[in-house]
Design a protein around this ligand. Structure first.
Ligand SMILES: *[C@@H]1O[C@H](CO)[C@@H](O)[C@H](O)[C@H]1NC(C)=O
Ligand SMILES: *[C@@H]1O[C@H](CO)[C@@H](O)[C@H](O)[C@H]1NC(C)=O
Ligand SMILES: *[C@@H]1O[C@H](CO)[C@@H](O)[C@H](O)[C@H]1NC(C)=O
Length: 248
């Protein structure tokens, strides 16, 4: 009788210590390894232009490092290579470096949204490019299981997710999301406006001879070049791995 009480206490103490240890350990494995955005986009295979722009604007490393600590997560709307090729020639290259960064930031929201979140989210949705409330926002409209996004300049539907898991969602978009702030006032319609010769000359292609004729041969050739180089790089890497495999 005299022993049973302290014994029980000791037992209880051990048990509770043990339990608290289990509880303390349980949440530890929850933060999964760092998300490799490049790897996800590379694996999907049709995002070479986006990857290049993300790298050039330092956004790749920024997003990847922030993914580590974010409590809100991120959502990336990823335009395909086709989406970039379908832009008017010079649309991207005529932008300043700062504008290119803003364009990329416009495709990222500082919050994780699942597809069903996007169906009911209140517009406009803040992007990484937003400085003040309401500017550089995206607008979503859902119906059934379809979601459309509009910038005020372009509208496209979101139907394919490359990843939908906190802290990062990535959705394919078949058009580049051109922000109203960059592309709204300048070109109100797709019709080529009669430009006077005083407009700043584009720094790489002679824009004078183009009158809505050929669909941007320069841009698509350039992008094909990038794609070609990447295929080449992939082959070299692939051969390298085969050689390594053969040696080991
Ligand atoms: C992410 O993936 C890319 C391509 O697969 C690779 O080159 C890079 O080293 C990876 N980064 C990290 C931090 O693992
Ligand atoms: C991300 O967090 C892990 C541990 O949680 C750490 O080892 C790693 O260095 C961090 N990476 C970056 C890019 O901050
Ligand atoms: C999305 O856009 C497509 C084509 O632009 C249109 O047919 C469809 O009705 C739109 N859906 C919603 C939910 O607005």
């Amino acid at each position: 009788m005299a022993f049973s009480k302290p014994l029980a206490l000791i037992l209880l103490t051990f048990l509770s210590l043990f339990a608290s240890k289990i509880q303390a350990q349980a949440p530890a494995p929850a933060p999964s390894g760092p998300v490799n955005l490049t790897a996800i986009l590379e694996k999907a295979g049709q995002y070479t232009t986006l990857i290049r722009l993300l790298k050039e604007s330092q956004q790749l490393t920024q997003i990847e490092s922030q993914l580590n600590s974010t409590t809100q997560g991120f959502t990336l709307f990823a335009p395909t290579d086709n989406a970039f090729q379908n832009l008017k020639s010079g649309a991207i290259n005529d932008l300043t470096d700062d504008q290119k960064v803003k364009l990329i930031l416009y495709h990222v929201t500082p919050k994780y949204y699942s597809l069903s979140d996007l169906q009911t989210v209140s517009n406009p949705v803040r992007t990484q490019a937003s400085e003040k409330e309401g500017s550089w926002g995206l607008n979503f409209k859902g119906q059934g299981n379809q979601v459309n996004v509009t910038t005020g300049v372009v509208t496209t539907s979101i139907n394919n997710d490359l990843r939908q898991q906190f802290p990062l969602a990535i959705y394919q978009v078949d058009r580049v999301l051109l922000p109203l702030e960059l592309f709204g006032a300048k070109s109100p319609s797709s019709a080529p406006s009669p430009k006077s010769s005083e407009t700043t000359p584009s720094d790489e292609t002679p824009s004078s001879g183009k009158k809505g004729g050929a669909p941007s041969p320069a841009a698509s050739q350039k992008d094909n070049g990038v794609a070609g180089r990447n295929v080449g790089l992939g082959l070299v890497l692939g051969l390298g791995f085969i050689c390594m495999g053969a040696l080991s």
